[in-house]
Design a binder for this molecule. Structure first.
Ligand SMILES: [Zn+2]
Length: 135
């Protein structure tokens, strides 16, 4: 698995910079270290998390499972899109979801609502009953 991931990343970089795999490994080292500047211009480094060896670690999973004193509970966010106000007029009256077709099936230029949904990369938006009937 590690070999596949390592060479997949190396081949992606080779294609991007139009260089050979050998040059990728000399430029980025075998663990593919890449230096970059973050959004606030701080120097960052990212690299593949490669295993140095494949020696069996007897207590690996035991340590993982007992590391936390409290049991892990995922954060549940009760997010109901039909509780949002209408995207078009802001009304909270009888909200329903308006769906659009995939972009490949839409003849362009489409309705302004459809173009807006494509622009914000949404397949469905909450709209009130009055707006839904006018679409
Ligand atoms: Zn509306």
């Amino acid at each position: 698995m590690q070999y596949i991931v390592q060479f997949s990343v190396a081949k992606t970089l080779a294609r991007k910079y139009d260089i050979s795999l050998k040059k990728v490994f000399t430029k980025f080292s075998p663990s593919i270290k890449v230096d970059y500047l973050s959004e606030n211009y701080k120097k960052r480094r990212i690299q593949l998390a490669l295993y140095p060896n494949f020696k069996r670690r007897r207590k690996h999973f035991y340590n993982l499972l007992t590391a936390s004193k409290t049991p892990f509970t995922p954060i549940y966010r009760p997010y109901n899109p039909t509780k949002q106000p209408c995207t078009l007029c802001g009304s909270n009256d009888q909200i329903r979801m308006y769906h659009r077709k995939p972009v490949s099936l839409i003849s362009r230029p489409a309705k302004t609502v459809i173009e807006h949904m494509i622009r914000i990369n949404r397949r469905q938006i909450p709209v009130c009953k009055r707006c839904y009937n006018s679409l």
